[in-house]
Structure formats: structure tokens, C-alpha cells
Design a protein around this ligand. Structure first.
Ligand code: MRU
Length: 355
């Protein structure tokens, strides 16, 4: 089945598919400077929490590989600048910070081992490639755990785009749907268009269509209507940050879907890698919500659709844990009480030797 490739490390630089142009055009850029990678993340050339993490890891690697430093000491002084530039791009997706921290740890271990400049450059590139490779395995595991919760035959709903484009693997929420579909579940996906940036209409519809999975595109204000008909068997979305108690930040609009799901007895699931867990914060109140420009609301693809008035654009909302039936991760499935079960999953990740 077709799997989109949003990002790739090549000998020429970091190649990214411009997700802003999909589905009309498939255009890629090759970045050779970490600052360009930071700009691409901020401007949504690449988006989706895990894919942002991969981009950040590759950005750090690019910064180290292409640095003009002629000694390890010089590189050591430059390194925090590289990490800071990438860290200042999108505040909600915790995978970004997870990936930068991981690259920092690798850098420190190379310094401790007294590696020379060439060895550091090579090893940092290798680490970024591993971060990317791991996404595939992680998504496939999430998919296998989550598929068991999908109906054998019927409709499922998602939100935004949590597919291959968003993870650089097979996707989290769409990975669950894909694995279930490949296992023989007869699924039909309801795809809310996800205003204002239209990740549902532009990206999820494109991915599912290319993958041959049946779908129907709906506008965001049709969600309640479709959930009330009783014909939706499950909802599965991705996540940008999950607090210790299971409160989950995801694309704006997810919260209202979860509330309507509870009202209509439709199970609401979240699919995310353990790198999206932020156990350092107790609940969703502590999750920073990215504010994007009003222009993304007043305009669609550059065309003004509203008068010149103020417009709000919180890019994410937080779904309280009480609306979430289960969280699928690569380590297993967490069910309430999430404070205990999520901690257990992270422990098993550490026991398995993962970083
Ligand atoms: O603003 P975006 O497009 O980066 O938001 C993406 C989402 O909200 C996704 O649902 C989330 O990052 C999970 S992606 C597997």
C-alpha cells in the first residue's frame, strides 16, 4: 500500500515534501542549512508531531555536519545555537523537544568519548537517520495494538492528518486504520476537513485515497450529525502532547469531537508514540498551545474569505482524559487511570533499552 515520504536524509541535504502544496502539487525541497529546516517546520512544509521530531533531529545533524567549526571546541560552542533555533519553531508538539534532547544526549556522549570532529559529524547524522527509521517500527507497533479496537465492519472517524505525512512512518491514527484495513476490517473513514489549515481535506483524504482506503470527506460542522446517526464504530486521532494524566493536545477541533463522541457512545481513542508523552506535566492545563496567524483563518490558500476583521487561531486544543477510552502506543495500550498506565508504558520503554 502507498506510504507517503515527507522527509528523507540524502547526501545532498534534507529533502522535504512541501505539505502546503498538497494535494495539488508534489514538490520537494533540499535543505542544506539547519536554519532552513527550522523555517520549514515553522511554516508547515512539514508538520505532524512525530514528523516534526524527525525534521528537528535531521536539522541538528545538518547543523553539525555543515558547521564551519574547525575544532570540537568551536562546534561545542555553536551546538546550543543550532538546538535553540530548531526548538523555537512549534511549541505544542513535544516530539520536537524529545528529538532535540535525544540529539543533545548523543552529542554529549560523543564529547565524553573524546570523538574527533569527523566522527562527531558522522555519528550525529547516523543518529538522525535512526530516529527516522524508528518511526516506521513505532508506527507499525501502534497500528497493531490499535487495530484490535477498530470495528470489523463499519465507519471510523479521525481528525486532522495523523498519517505517514505526519510521522515519517505509516502514521499513528491512520496507521491504526491502515493495519486494521490490511487485516481485513472493512472500514470506511469519515474525514473532517479540519479548518483552518485543512489537513483533513488536503492530506488525510489524499493519503487514504492513494492507499485505496474508502473515505468520505465531511466538513467540521458535520461531525455531530454523523456521530448521532450511530453508524460510527470508533474515532481515532493522533496527539501533539499527552500529559501525565492522559489529557491530550491535538489539532483544534479534537476536543469537540471527543465530547460529541461521549454524548453519542462512540469510543474515542488516541494513537501516539511514547515520545509524545510529557510526564513532566501533571495535566493538560500545562500544555502550551501554539497560536498561529489570523491570516490562516481569514484566507484559504491565499484567497481572502472574510472581511479584514480579527480572527483567532489556536492551533490545538486539549481533550480531558475522561473523554478518552484508550491511548495506543508502541509499548502497548493505556486505559484509565492514565496516570498509572502511562507511567507503566514509559517504564517498559526504558526497560527495553529505548531512549
Ligand atoms: O498543525 P499540525 O498539522 O502539525 O497538527 C498535526 C496534528 O494535530 C496531528 O494530529 C498530531 O501532530 C499527530 S500526528 C501523528
Amino acid at each position: 500500500m502507498y506510504v507517503a515520504q515527507p522527509i528523507e536524509w540524502t547526501d545532498h541535504g534534507v529533502v522535504m515534501l512541501d505539505q502546503r502544496r498538497l494535494p495539488a502539487e508534489e514538490i520537494s525541497y533540499t535543505y542544506t542549512d539547519y536554519r532552513e529546516v527550522a523555517k520549514a517546520i515553522r511554516e508547515m512544509v512539514i508538520r505532524g508531531a512525530p514528523a516534526i521530531g524527525v525534521a528537528a533531529a535531521m536539522g541538528v545533524a545538518l547543523g553539525v555536519q555543515r558547521s564551519a567549526a574547525s575544532s570540537v571546541d568551536q562546534l561545542k560552542r555553536e551546538f546550543p545555537e543550532i538546538c535553540d533555533a530548531l526548538g523555537k519553531t512549534r511549541p505544542t508538539a513535544v516530539d520536537l523537544f524529545w528529538a532535540i534532547d535525544r540529539m543533545k544526549r548523543r552529542f554529549e556522549s560523543l564529547l565524553l568519548a573524546n570523538s574527533d570532529l569527523a566522527a562527531i559529524r558522522t555519528a550525529m547524522v547516523e543518529e538522525a537517520k535512526i530516529v527516522h527509521l524508528e518511526k516506521l517500527a513505532t508506527d507499525e507497533a501502534i497500528g497493531r495494538f490499535g487495530a484490535a479496537f477498530m470495528p470489523r465492519d463499519g465507519q471510523v472517524m479521525t481528525q486532522c492528518n495523523a498519517g505517514a505525512l505526519a510521522t515519517a512512518g505509516i502514521g499513528t491514527a491512520l496507521g491504526v486504520i491502515r493495519v486494521a484495513y490490511e487485516q481485513g476490517h472493512k472500514l470506511h473513514v469519515l474525514v473532517p476537513e479540519t479548518r483552518p489549515y485543512l489537513q483533513g481535506a488536503r492530506l488525510t483524504a489524499w493519503e487514504l485515497h492513494r492507499g485505496g482506503i474508502p473515505l468520505t470527506l465531511i466538513t467540521d460542522n458535520m461531525v455531530g450529525h454523523f456521530l448521532k446517526t450511530g453508524k460510527v464504530g470508533a474515532i481515532v486521532t493522533g496527539a501533539d502532547r499527552i500529559a501525565a494524566n492522559g489529557d491530550t493536545a491535538n489539532k483544534i477541533g479534537t476536543y469537540q469531537i471527543a465530547v460529541l463522541a461521549k454524548e453519542n457512545n462512540v469510543p474515542f481513542y488516541v494513537a501516539a508514540p511514547t515520545s509524545t508523552l510529557d510526564l513532566s506535566i501533571p495535566d493538560g492545563e500545562h500544555i502550551p498551545i501554539e497560536e498561529r496567524t489570523a491570516e490562516e483563518v481569514t484566507h484559504i490558500q491565499g484567497v481572502r474569505i472574510a472581511p479584514d476583521v480579527p480572527a483567532a487561531h489556536p492551533a490545538f486544543d486539549v481533550t480531558p482524559n475522561r473523554y478518552i477510552r484508550a491511548i495506543f502506543t508502541e509499548q502497548g495500550v493505556a486505559k484509565p487511570p492514565f496516570t498509572e498506565t502511562l507511567r507503566g508504558l514509559v517504564k517498559s520503554r526504558h526497560n527495553a533499552g529505548a531512549v
